[in-house]
Design a protein around this ligand. Structure first.
Ligand SMILES: C[S@@+](CC[C@H](N)C(=O)[O-])C[C@H]1O[C@@H](n2cnc3c(N)ncnc32)[C@H](O)[C@@H]1O
Length: 206
């Protein structure tokens, strides 16, 4: 999907029953993983309507949230204002954008791109980390299709631990595995009402 198609999706969600496309909070695994880390500069790539960036800002992180959908960023800014937090919002294409600084944390949640683009993006994101910084990636695992979990059905854009570990390299990896998520208790979107979803998590260091 291009930025225009995402704009349409976000507008339809805003005008729909749930008023938003994704949940208001990050996945519990994201919250639990980040909680012990000392807040610093964070970048949330493909931030969507901002749930991860806003949660990080509420915990004291100095956050930039980037998405190529202008509508997503408009909604993210509204949610941040309603939550009383400040986030630097950017409309940009993550695959070509260049930061002018380093980050203590780069998060990428449920961004699904063709493998070549993903490899380039995650390799660059590792380069953007400050010493001791972390890259945290969470997305739909390829096995999620067979498991019947909510999410994209095209295996070519889904993650596997093998794929993500081959991008990050063993010297950087703290955790890389398939994890099970109870979507009723821990939904990606308001449409997630039950069942199990399989995600891949990558936690890597600079
Ligand atoms: C499934 S949503 C996830 C949003 C958010 N990370 C979350 O977990 O709530 C994927 C997001 O990636 C964004 N996106 C897709 N390709 C992108 C790109 N090349 N650059 C920036 N954003 C992109 C879309 O606009 C969309 O907001």
């Amino acid at each position: 999907m291009d930025a225009h198609e995402w704009d349409i999706r976000y507008r339809q969600a805003r005008d729909g029953q749930d008023a938003r496309l994704w949940s208001a909070l990050p996945a519990k695994l994201v919250q639990d993983t980040v909680a012990p880390w000392k807040p610093g500069r964070a970048l949330d790539l493909a931030t969507g309507d901002g749930r991860n960036a806003i949660w990080l800002a509420g915990r004291g992180w100095n956050v930039t949230g980037l998405d190529f959908s202008a509508e997503a960023i408009t909604q993210a800014a509204e949610h941040a204002t309603a939550s009383g937090v400040d986030v630097d919002w950017l409309v940009a294409d993550a695959t070509t954008w260049q930061p002018g600084e380093r980050f203590d944390l780069v998060t990428v949640m449920y961004l699904h791109l063709p493998e070549a683009l993903l490899r380039t993006l995650f390799t660059r994101a590792l380069d953007w980390l400050a010493p001791g910084g972390h890259l945290l990636v969470l997305g739909h695992d390829r096995a999620n299709i067979a498991a019947g979990g909510h999410g994209p059905g095209n295996p070519d854009i889904l993650y596997t631990p093998e794929l993500l570990s081959s991008i990050a390299g063993p010297e950087h990896i703290l955790r890389c595995e398939t994890v099970s998520r109870d979507v009723a208790a821990d939904p990606e979107s308001p449409a997630d009402t039950g069942g199990v979803a399989l995600d891949t998590i990558l936690v890597a260091t600079a």
